[in-house]
Design a protein around this ligand. Structure first.
Ligand SMILES: NC(=O)c1ccc[n+]([C@@H]2O[C@H](COP(=O)([O-])OP(=O)(O)OC[C@H]3O[C@@H](n4cnc5c(N)ncnc54)[C@H](O)[C@@H]3O)[C@@H](O)[C@H]2O)c1
Length: 359
């Protein structure tokens, strides 16, 4: 048997939804969570896809996340609002914040919405792709639990705090920057450790703060920020805006969703939006973007390079392939999902290999 199995994305989304319904997540929220997780897999961001279902379920079952909590939205200025997620699922709180920031940006031109008492909100691209359909430029940031040291430090203090910026275009691919502030996703170090392979220099420190290429030692230590002190500074500013400013946790007060079973995570997010039409007609803006991207893509290429990509473009290409051929999941992930199905008395995730279905 191969190490990877392909699964039809709609089938996977149904399965996710079913699992969430079984633990009493309301239907509309179950659909939203399932959609966001499967979208990550579709776009090749597997670290934020259905692999997270078991931990989401466990935190809900243990009362660490309340999927039914009511979200409170408080207006603090004509173009600003504060959202209290009341410890509901991160993408549910994040989606409420997105709706609010889009509404405010449409009425005021620009808007800012801060979120506290939230949880892991998935990928920033999930929100970005919705915003650009409304001709809005969106900036999203979230803090995360401690995995990276400050420059000069030896142990984790900040999270891999993601930054997302979405700018619409016309017939060209939109700019969808969606990145962790670590040099690499921690998931890649986990995979290397499982295979017993070394990791490249510059990815991580061991628990004593020494640079390491030993993946297992790196997992006991910390992941490094991208771009040295510059990535550290950007990660820090995200924690200050998404955490300190919003009233959410920051630094050590953003709890680890895999390790802390006593406290809610108290993740914070910040959403900023600009309504393009206030600057110029959206069509004119998009045609200027198209010209920019066309000129960028026509630049001379380095040896061995066929194409220059705009951020987000590679993920869109992967999405097209995955929609057609199915999402590729490692066998060990599928086993984990089917174990969860058995525990909850749900049907197993069906797999499809070369057109054949197997349970
Ligand atoms: N919720 C959380 O706590 C949390 C924390 C960290 C990361 N994340 C998510 O993890 C995901 C993965 O982050 P990552 O940093 O590993 O992503 P990545 O390094 O794969 O990509 C980062 C960005 O670079 C762009 N890119 C990659 N190759 C490119 C190229 N050749 N040309 C142009 N652009 C290119 C991508 O389109 C993307 O926008 C993101 O969706 C992020 O939101 C979430």
């Amino acid at each position: 048997m191969s190490d990877f199995i392909r699964i039809d994305w709609l089938q996977l989304q149904d399965w996710c939804e079913q699992i969430l319904r079984l633990i009493k997540v309301p239907q509309d929220r179950a659909s939203l969570i399932a959609e966001s997780l499967v979208q990550a897999n579709l776009r090749g961001v597997d670290s934020h896809g259905v692999v997270r279902v078991p931990i989401y379920v466990k935190r809900i079952q243990k009362g660490m996340v309340d999927p039914r909590a009511e979200i409170a939205i408080e207006s603090i200025a004509p173009a600003a609002a504060r959202v209290d997620g009341n410890n509901t699922v991160g993408v549910v709180a994040g989606s409420a914040a997105l709706d609010e920031v889009l509404r405010l940006a449409k009425s005021c031109g620009t808007a800012v919405v801060g979120v506290k008492h939230s949880n892991h909100f998935g990928t920033g691209a999930y929100y970005a792709l919705k915003a650009i359909q409304r001709d809005v430029i969106l900036i999203v940031m979230s803090n995360a639990s401690q995995t990276m040291p400050p420059t000069g430090g030896i142990r984790p203090f900040i999270g891999t705090n993601p930054l997302t910026v979405a700018i619409p275009a016309g017939d060209q691919h939109p700019f969808i920057l969606d990145m962790a502030t670590s040099v690499v996703a921690r998931g890649k170090i986990i995979v290397a450790a499982e295979k017993g392979e070394p990791i490249p220099e510059g990815w991580a420190l061991d628990k004593f703060g020494r640079p390491t290429t030993d993946a297992a030692a790196a997992l006991e230590g910390s992941v490094l920020p991208f771009g040295g002190y510059k990535g550290y500074a950007i990660s820090l500013l995200i924690d200050m805006l998404a955490g300190v400013l919003t009233g959410a946790g920051f630094g050590r007060y953003v709890r680890n969703m895999y390790e802390d079973w006593l406290h809610p995570q108290n993740v914070g997010h910040l959403f900023l939006a600009i309504d393009i039409n206030r600057f110029m007609p959206a069509e004119e803006f998009k045609s200027r973007m198209d010209q920019y991207i066309r000129e960028l893509k026509a630049e001379p290429k380095a040896p061995g390079v066929d194409e220059i990509f705009i951020p987000g473009e590679i993920e869109s290409r992967i999405e097209e392939i995955n929609k057609k051929n199915g999402i590729q999941l490692p066998e060990r992930v599928l086993e984990e999902l089917n174990k969860l199905s058995r525990e909850l008395g749900a049907p197993s995730v069906l797999t499809r290999i070369s057109g054949k279905e197997m349970v």
